[in-house]
Each structure stands twice: as structure tokens, then as C-alpha cells.
Ligand binder design. Structure first.
Ligand SMILES: [Zn+2]
Length: 313
């Protein structure tokens, strides 16, 4: 991990592979903060399905090395749970795998391209990234087969973390790869999705009756996490209602807000972006409708004392 003498790991624990069910693996990257996501993979003798890549070239190469250390089979199919760069920047390193995602994911990736987020986040060593958008898209659901194990991909049904959230569900093993519909230990982030829609997404995730949830960030968990997420979204909605009643903007409202137990989550500045989204919805904006994301993120930087956001990618 520490090639070339650079201190790339920021003192973080190294990524780890966890076999959550026979042949079904979670790739967990501590500490789960900005751009440090989880991935996964399902292994059969004749090929592998991977779930998401990583934010930087270095992290994705380490992920694919870990996959190769488990099985010599090729990665035939890559699933993107949504369009965000931490889950898709490394797509190109799986070439010639088929990349499959929701149709909005491809559209947004082509629209935004590779982003380096200068001035918003602390600088990261992104590597030589190349855009590799999904080559197969779907609108509702599709099944993949890994040997004789079925992996169901389901669009969650509406805006939540983004407008293109897909879960990978392994029914025979009751394992749910949730993407960023679940942050475990980190502050949820719905500025590009919907607060209201996040409740619907949680309801939908509950219907799978999973035993294991592989979140988009943070340690492997169980459906008990859904209660935590709901509590956070309710907190955001309540704070937005108070802000609206007193005519306070999202940044000022966030500054005055006592995060309570949610202060223990990482990346707490996301409260500002989430309030932008919640206030838009209180004003009648539809789930996933357009808001000024640049302004929302600018307010997160302001909340952070005007400093770029902590990024250990
Ligand atoms: Zn995301």
C-alpha cells in the first residue's frame, strides 16, 4: 500500500475482505469517510460479479488485487450502485467487463465526467482516471447469474441517496449490497437525492428481509441500521421545519443546530447539504428535483470553517 514512499494510507487501517456468505464478499475500506467506499464481489469458477469500484486508481487496483487473491476467475460483470465517483472512478480498470447500472447512472456519469473536486475536498491522489460509463443499463430490475447463484439488481424506485440507486440482492444468501442507501457510522448524504424518498428506500430495503447488509460506507451490518437512518432523516426533516418556520437558511440553521448523537457520525458537515434538500422538499420540490448542489456544497465548506472537507482518499 505504501509504494513510492508516499504516505497514502493516512494512518487508516487497510481495506479488508469479508466473506459474508459462501463466495459472497464485502470489501470494506476504513474509515468510510468521503471517497472511502465499500465494494463487493460474488465469485463463481467461471467468472466474478463485482459491485462498485473505488475513488482512486490506487484504491481500485488494491481492490482488484484482493479479488484476484481470492479467485483467478475474471471479473466479467461490474455493477455500479450509483453514479458517484467513489463507486465508479475505477470502472475503467475492470475492462473488458460489462458495466451495468441504472439508466440515470450512465446519463449522469457522462454529464459530469471525472471530477477532481478541487477546493471542495482536501487534495487526493486520484491517479490516471478514465471515464468508463455503464455499457448495459436498466430501468427497474435485472438478474445476474454467478454460476448458479442469482444476484438481483433492483432500482430502489425513486430518488434517495441519488436518482439512480440500485441494490444488489442475493436472495439465496439474504445478503443485500445497499450502496450508499446505507452509511454505517457516517452521516447519510442526500443532497443529490431526497430526504422524503430515503424513507421509501428504507421501506423497500426492509422488504428484502436481509440478514446481512453491506453498506456503501462503513462496516458490514444488519437491517437494524435502517432504524438509525430513519432517525437521522427524521432529525433532518424536523430541523428543516424549524428553519423554515423561523426563516433561517440551511447554513445558519445548521450552525445553530445541536446534532446530538448524530455528532458522533463522521462527515457531519453533510447536515448542511441535507438541510438544503429538506427545505426544497418542504417548499414543495419533488423528490430528486433540481437544487443548486454547488451552493449546497459551498455551504458545507463554509460550515467547515471555509476549509476544504476532510478527504483521506
Ligand atoms: Zn454516493
Amino acid at each position: 500500500m505504501s509504494g513510492h514512499g508516499h504516505d497514502h494510507d493516512h494512518g487508516l487501517d487497510p481495506p479488508r475482505v469479508e466473506e459474508v456468505s459462501d463466495g459472497v464478499f464485502a470489501y470494506i475500506q476504513p474509515d468510510g469517510t468521503w471517497f472511502i467506499n465499500n465494494a463487493g464481489f460474488v465469485v463463481a469458477d467461471d467468472g466474478i460479479v463485482a459491485v462498485d469500484t473505488c475513488s482512486t486508481e490506487r484504491r481500485t487496483r488494491a481492490f482488484l488485487d484482493s479479488v484476484a487473491g481470492i479467485s483467478p476467475a475474471p471479473v466479467r460483470t461490474l455493477v455500479n450502485t450509483h453514479h458517484h465517483g467513489d463507486h465508479t472512478h475505477g470502472n475503467y480498470l475492470t475492462h473488458p467487463a460489462t458495466i451495468i447500472a441504472h439508466e440515470n447512472c450512465r446519463e449522469l456519469m457522462l454529464e459530469s465526467g471525472i471530477q477532481h473536486y478541487d477546493r471542495i475536498f482536501e487534495p487526493a491522489d486520484w491517479g490516471d482516471l478514465e471515464l468508463a460509463a455503464p455499457t448495459v443499463t436498466f430501468s427497474d430490475h435485472v438478474n445476474l447469474w454467478v454460476g448458479d447463484l442469482k444476484v438481483e439488481l433492483h432500482y430502489i424506485g425513486g430518488a434517495a441517496h441519488t436518482t439512480n440507486d440500485v441494490v444488489a440482492w442475493v436472495p439465496e444468501r439474504k445478503v443485500l449490497f445497499s450502496g450508499d442507501l446505507v452509511f454505517n457510522g457516517g452521516t447519510p448524504f442526500v443532497v443529490m437525492g431526497s430526504v422524503a424518498g430515503s424513507f421509501d428506500a428504507i421501506d423497500r430495503m426492509r422488504t428484502f428481509d436481509a440478514e446481512v447488509v453491506v453498506p456503501g460506507h462503513g462496516p458490514v451490518c444488519t437491517p437494524a441500521i435502517f432504524d438509525e437512518l430513519e432517525a437521522y432523516y427524521r432529525f433532518v426533516q424536523d430541523a428543516a421545519a424549524e428553519a423554515k418556520a423561523s426563516g433561517t437558511g440551511p447554513l445558519e440553521a445548521a450552525r445553530q443546530l445541536d446534532l446530538g448523537r448524530f455528532a458522533e457520525l463522521t462527515d457531519t458537515e453533510r447536515i448542511v447539504g441535507n438541510l438544503h434538500r429538506a427545505l426544497y422538499e418542504l417548499d414543495g420540490g419533488e423528490n430528486g428535483g433540481p437544487i443548486d448542489v454547488t451552493a449546497a456544497i459551498g455551504d458545507m465548506v463554509a460550515y467547515n470553517g471555509g476549509k476544504p472537507l476532510r478527504c483521506l482518499a
